[in-house]
Design a binder for this molecule. Structure first.
Ligand SMILES: Cc1cc2nc3c(=O)[nH]c(=O)nc-3n(C[C@H](O)[C@H](O)[C@H](O)COP(=O)(O)O)c2cc1C
Length: 140
């Protein structure tokens, strides 16, 4: 299986799960044979405003690398800015944009599944994230 120019080890992936797929869990799943593992959803606003806790969620161990970082947010410029920073990390396979989280505290901020109510906003976010993730388009 190819995802863009990225070729995972096999086609069994660990799905992103907030509060579950932390580094320790991801390493265990990778060691049990997962082809690719995803981080929990990471707040683009948290990263932008320098939250250490959010920064910590981006830490990828060499035993699980390369891993996928899932980001969420509603501001296309902030999502793009963070995508640029994340894509510069050598241990990131690619970036995934969360558009499915239904939790009220996420949806009320126009994040996660809220984006399905505003396709134009979702489109702006995808465009910006792709535009700013150019380094991920190079073969790693
Ligand atoms: C506790 C929990 C947290 C989740 N967090 C996320 C998340 O952060 N991002 C996401 O895209 N999906 C999240 N999901 C959805 C899962 O990634 C997955 O898509 C969902 O469980 C359906 O997969 P399944 O059919 O294999 O159960 C979460 C699911 C659970 C149960």
């Amino acid at each position: 299986m190819n995802i863009g120019n990225f070729v995972p080890e096999n086609n069994v992936f660990l799905a992103p799960m907030a509060g579950v797929t932390d580094k320790a869990f991801r390493i265990i799943c990778k060691e049990f044979g997962a082809g690719l593992v995803y981080t929990e959803m990471v707040s683009s606003k948290g990263l932008y405003y320098g939250s250490q806790r959010t920064e910590f969620m981006l830490d990828i161990d060499e035993r699980e690398a390369p891993a996928v970082v899932q980001i969420f947010g509603s501001d296309a410029d902030i999502m793009g800015y963070m995508a640029e920073k994340i894509s510069e990390k050598e241990d990131v396979a690619f970036i995934d944009i969360n558009m499915g989280c239904p939790a009220p505290k996420i949806v009320k901020n126009k994040e996660g599944s809220y984006l399905m109510r505003e396709p134009e906003l979702a489109k702006r976010i995808v465009k910006k994230v792709v535009e700013k993730s150019k380094s991920l388009l190079l073969v790693k």
